[in-house]
Design a protein around this ligand. Structure first.
Ligand code: HEM
Length: 194
């Protein structure tokens, strides 16, 4: 069993729970402002995480780590929607102290691009969008999504022996948990003045 088989098994129910929360939100989006609100909340959670990952995961170990940044796409979508970013404090910030833990976090972030195609299609339908210009965050790597996922796996597996599997799994579990908690807790921020 590889570390990825282990991760998938160990976080299966957490994936289901966060998926349920997100699908509930997506189905309730009434307009672009609601969608912008969701993007703001995701930015608040992920921006500090992404910054930490870029620091802790070395390019020698993962040559394409710089490509694995997604926050600029949220900013771009918000700007297209006409609701430029307003900072929201997220007190659910993960503390990433080791590369192995960071890889567990990255597993969740990169894995979430796999559901992106389903989410993008839901957004287009739900918001009656004519084009997909404001869904670049959820479309992520587009037709490169699967190759990027396979590449992540091979980069990690190549160094598997140097990594701490326990910490990787903890990083992934904490990320799923904290994201879910943040999405539920920040829901009342619906009235945030965008
Ligand atoms: C509407 C919400 C979501 C849907 C419909 C969805 C759907 C999917 C699908 C279809 C896959 C591929 C499954 C496979 O190939 O076995 C997947 C994988 C994955 N998703 Fe999601 N997802 C959603 C939300 C999320 C979120 C919010 C996260 C994390 C924050 C996430 C993390 C992952 C991870 C880590 C994997 C990789 C699992 C693995 O193969 O190890 N997903 N998701």
């Amino acid at each position: 069993m590889t570390i990825f088989d282990h991760l998938k098994l160990a976080t299966k129910t957490q994936h289901q729970s966060v998926e349920k929360v997100l699908i509930g939100e997506l189905k309730n989006l009434q307009n672009a402002k609601d969608y912008a609100n969701l993007l703001h909340r995701l930015y608040a959670f992920y921006a500090p995480v992404e910054a930490q990952l870029q620091n802790i995961i070395n390019e020698n170990f993962m040559p394409d780590i710089k490509l694995r940044q997604h926050m600029h796409r949220i900013l771009q979508d918000l700007s297209i929607l006409g609701y430029p970013i307003k900072p929201i404090d997220c007190n659910e910030t993960l503390q990433i102290t080791t590369p192995s833990y960071g890889l567990g976090v990255l597993y969740v972030i990169e894995g979430s691009t796999l559901g992106g195609q389903i989410i993008s299609a839901m957004l287009i339908k739900q918001l009656n969008l004519n084009d997909a210009t404001a869904i670049s965050y959820f479309s992520s790597y587009k037709d490169q999504t699967l190759p990027m996922w396979k590449q992540l796996k091979s980069e990690v597996l190549a160094s598997q022996e140097e990594l701490n599997e326990h910490q990787i799994v903890s990083g992934a579990k904490d990320t799923f948990d904290m994201l879910r908690q943040w999405l539920l807790k920040s829901k009342p921020l619906e009235n945030i003045t965008l």
